[in-house]
Design a protein around this ligand. Structure first.
Ligand code: 4AD
Ligand code: MG
Length: 462
């Protein structure tokens, strides 16, 4: 069995009737007609649609095998691809041979035809990719990943692999998972990390940005694309403990250039998905969120509105809305504020920029006003923050005073300061959360359902 044969997607949409076919997959449903033949709906994951296989009773082995071709069983057919008399499909397969590869007990197989809740499917994350929804999500994630690489590769960015184990905290939010081989201390004494595997405290990365900056100031525009870990105890539909982030970093670039790159990037991914995953996207619009295609087409049509933080706060205060978290200049924007701005007020993606420096990380460029930094967040309807980024502080003296202001030890970032000592240039970058992008594209409501194996507080199954 060599799997070079065309898959269901190409049989349904490309291969001409008359072709000899050898196809394997899983049975979605089977109907037995009284007139001595059966219809098997075969899916192999290459697309949402099933291939209809017509199996006549005179196919050798029919009597013994067909009853075992139940939902979820794995099967192989050979035969002729023929034009289908039914209106539902262009072609169907007329089987000449059939083979049952693996049975699926009809009593115990959890994925029978009825619809299951996403909560239930999360508990069987090893079987959920066999459903229409999770198959479609897998294909969209794949399309987005390819689009991300293509977007940057076409613009001469280098793909840089930054470390997963790191000894520096990029975001300074204290949300890092420690990587250790030490036994847990039982005597209450503080852990001595000099005794640990790396001779110092090491963690899983929260961002590849700082290492990205090293390469951006050597080889030009770069991007990272990898897993990212945050030990924040947020049980929301927008947070994972392990997620994937894309982080471009561009030398000789300011915040305006960074905003434009972010806008072009998001639009490019949206367009690719609409073009290349049309069948899956239609499914999401029909079955998951009736507004998703409209939202995406709207994103393509309009310029992302640029709104300063100060302006955003004024709008939020003037809205007269009662917020769970009151807003005033100097407080961070919460999800409820971000969603109101992008969903109800502007009704399109917006880029909020120039945030107060008090709650932003050390690396952001300080504005002349002494109060704000050149930060930007891209907010989109249905999701809220999808991108966070900034122009970086490239002036050595300002950066050193920011370390002090943020209570960080500049010694620990000696190499980061070296980048400002030797050939420093203005530069900027951002991070896109892959799963938040998939939420936007699919209209799915919970981030746990757009990553194959979600990790959240108290959950790391599979
Ligand atoms: O805004 P964040 O924290 O920015 C950074 O990490 C910067 N170092 C990026 C950079 O400038 N190179 O995270 C960036 C994005 C967020 O906008 C969000 O989409 C996603 O990463 N993100 C998460 N996604 C899922 N679960 C979480 N816990 C996330 N935290 C951030
Ligand atoms: Mg952020």
């Amino acid at each position: 069995m060599a799997n070079t044969a065309p898959r269901v997607a190409s049989l349904l949409y490309e291969v001409e009737p008359g072709a000899k076919v050898d196809i394997s997959g899983w049975v979605r449903t089977r109907r037995d007609s009284k007139h001595g033949f059966s219809f098997v709906e075969l899916n192999d994951g290459s697309c949402m649609s099933n291939l209809q296989v017509v199996v006549n009773a005179d196919v050798p082995g029919y009597e013994e095998t067909i009853k075992e071709m139940t939902t979820g069983s794995s099967v192989r057919f050979t035969g002729d691809l023929k034009e289908s008399p039914g209106a539902k499909q262009r072609v169907e397969l007329h089987a000449e041979s059939l083979e049952l590869l693996g049975t699926a007990d009809a009593e115990s197989y959890p994925l029978q035809k009825k619809r299951h809740s996403f909560e239930f499917l999360r508990e069987i994350a090893h079987l959920r990719p066999r459903t229409n929804t999770f198959g479609a999500i897998a294909r969209v994630r794949n399309c987005v990943s390819r689009a991300i690489h293509d977007f940057f590769q076409e613009r001469t960015f280098l793909y840089v692999q930054t470390p997963i184990i790191t000894t520096s905290d990029c975001e300074g939010a204290g949300e890092m998972f420690t990587v250790t081989t030490l036994n847990p201390s039982t005597d209450g004494k503080p852990v001595d990390y000099t005794e640990d595997f790396f001779g110092k405290k090491a963690s899983l990365t929260v961002s590849g940005q700082l290492e990205g900056e090293i390469y951006a100031t050597a080889v030009g525009p770069v991007y990272t694309f990898g897993p990212t870990f945050r030990a924040e105890n947020s049980n929301t539909t927008r947070h994972l403990s392990e997620f994937w982030m894309v982080e471009p970093e561009v030398p000789f670039c300011d915040l305006e250039g960074n905003m434009q790159l972010a806008e072009d990037f998001i639009k490019n991914i949206v367009k690719r998905c609409l073009d290349e995953c049309a069948e899956d996207m239609k499914f999401f619009n029909d079955r998951i969120d009736k507004t998703v295609l409209e939202t995406l087409n709207n994103i393509l049509k309009h310029e992302f509105k640029r709104v300063s933080y100060t302006e955003a706060v004024e709008l939020l205060v003037q809205s007269g809305k009662k917020w769970d978290y009151p807003v005033e200049w100097g407080t961070n924007l919460q999800a409820e504020h971000e969603r109101w701005l992008t969903e109800e007020h502007f009704k399109q993606p917006i880029i909020v920029f120039d945030y107060p420096r008090s709650f932003k990380p050390f690396y952001m460029y300080c504005n002349e006003d002494g109060k704000t930094v050149r930060a930007m967040d891209v907010l989109v309807p249905g999701v809220g923050e999808i991108i966070g980024g900034s122009q970086r502080e490239h002036r050595l003296d300002v950066l050193e005073s920011r370390f002090e202001e943020c209570g960080l030890d500049p010694e620990e970032y000696w190499w980061y300061l070296d980048l400002r000592r030797y050939g420093s240039v203005p530069h900027a970058g951002f991070g896109l959360g892959l799963e938040r992008m998939i939420l936007l594209l699919t209209g799915m409501q919970n981030i746990r359902d757009v990553i194959p194996f979600p990790r959240t507080p108290n959950h790391a199954e599979f």
